[in-house]
Design a protein around this ligand. Structure first.
Ligand code: ATP
Length: 361
């Protein structure tokens, strides 16, 4: 089974000025979004930010208060759900329990009178590597297998756009990680456009080629996973995508390449291309894995930030790395992740330490 068998590749999706107001509550606020055909796009955000509402609007299960929805350039804003070239895979797989796996996958095709329904259903099951269990019933499969059947059932309809609403939410962590890789492989194989909704930042980053971070009914930042992680434009994006140590303070000096911020006595230099604002009160952040600890004060050097001294207030050893928490007067707790290179270099609870990191981080 290859991309050619699912001949129609995905279509692009465009949301133009979409709003959704419920009585007394605006769930989506003037949202613009373009998803190119064939991409694996993740909508990432905390509970209640409007992800599911956005999917329901695209699927046609909910009508927007304002704005337009276009799929493959066609305006579908007023098109009924069942007439849109869209399929949705939910967290609950909702397979028909009294039907075999094959019948479940072929069901939609048969209802539409597609001649080759059985052959196409077998092909879709091959794609998710479950054709060997096609005669079983859903209760005879594991959770992960049932989820793959749900995916085959959606893909077999060759929707221009496949919506996935927390599809892996019910699986345990190990199976979830495995399914993330499989889902990504299947998407690149069939070439459909996938829109994946999740509140799990690791899931969004490992699977999607583009991630949109949603907050309070709006998209706060959109980009490739690495770009969002390395260059978050807001404190919300910085802390939602992994951990970040934030320092708020006043810009006290500036030269051609960088600005320097004073945060409760700590002097932190940031390269200008990374600074959204270059004067006044600002917040700067550094990821825990970019910070190193030393037990003596490091020499001041260009291109290096030095903050301290502080005291280790917590040590958690996790095998590959150690997570330290450092307390410095005037700041919140600061997290530092260090790779475990050698036990003799470990710091202990109560130790005095200095924090350093390269200005580029
Ligand atoms: P979760 O990850 O918890 O599913 P979500 O990001 O998918 O969250 P939505 O389900 O889209 O969030 O809900 C967005 C907001 O709109 C929430 O604050 C919710 O309470 C509100 N909301 C959703 N449906 C309705 C409704 N029918 N009437 C009123 N408010 C609603």
């Amino acid at each position: 089974v290859s991309r050619g068998d699912f001949a129609e590749a995905g279509a692009d999706l465009e949301l133009v000025g979409i709003s959704k107001r419920f009585p007394g509550f605006t769930a989506i606020d003037d949202l613009d979004l373009t998803i190119p055909a064939g991409s694996f796009f993740a909508l990432l955000g905390p509970s209640g930010c409007g992800k599911t509402t956005t999917l329901r609007l695209i699927a046609g299960l909910e009508e927007p208060t304002a704005g337009r929805i276009l799929i493959g350039g066609k305006d579908v804003t007023r098109t009924k759900a069942f007439q849109r070239p869209v399929n949705t895979v939910f967290q609950s797989y909702a397979l028909f329990p009294h039907m075999t796996i094959l019948e479940n996958v072929a069901f939609g095709l048969k209802r539409r009178g597609v001649k080759d329904a059985t052959r196409l259903a077998h092909e879709a099951l091959q794609l998710v590597e479950l054709d060997h269990v096609s005669a079983r019933r859903p209760s005879q499969l594991s959770g992960g297998q049932q989820q793959r059947v749900a995916l085959a059932r959606a893909v077999v309809n060759r929707p221009a756009l496949l919506l996935l609403d927390e599809p892996l939410g019910a699986l345990d962590l190990k199976l979830r990680r495995q399914m993330q890789i499989e889902l990504k492989d299947i998407q690149s194989e069939v070439g459909l456009t996938f829109l994946h909704v999740t509140h799990d930042q690791e899931e969004a980053m490992t699977m999607a080629d583009t991630v949109a971070v949603m907050n309070k009914g709006q998209i706060e930042q959109m980009g490739a996973p690495q770009e969002l992680y390395e260059l978050p434009r807001t404190a919300f994006v910085a802390t939602f995508l992994g951990q970040s140590n934030l320092f708020t303070g006043q810009v006290v000096s500036s030269n051609a390449d960088s600005i320097t911020v004073d945060s409760a006595g700590a002097r932190i230099t940031v390269p200008k291309p990374r600074a959204e604002r270059q004067s006044g009160l600002v917040t700067v952040g550094v990821r825990p894995e970019k910070v190193s600890l030393t037990s003596t004060k490091p020499a001041e050097a260009a291109g290096v930030n030095v903050v301290g001294p502080g005291r280790i207030s917590d040590v958690s050893f996790s095998g590959v790395s150690t997570q330290y928490e450092v307390t410095i007067a005037g700041h919140g707790p600061i997290s530092v992740f260090e790779q475990n290179t050698s036990i003799s270099r470990m710091h202990h609870d109560g130790d005095e330490v200095w924090l350093t990191w390269s200005v580029e981080h």
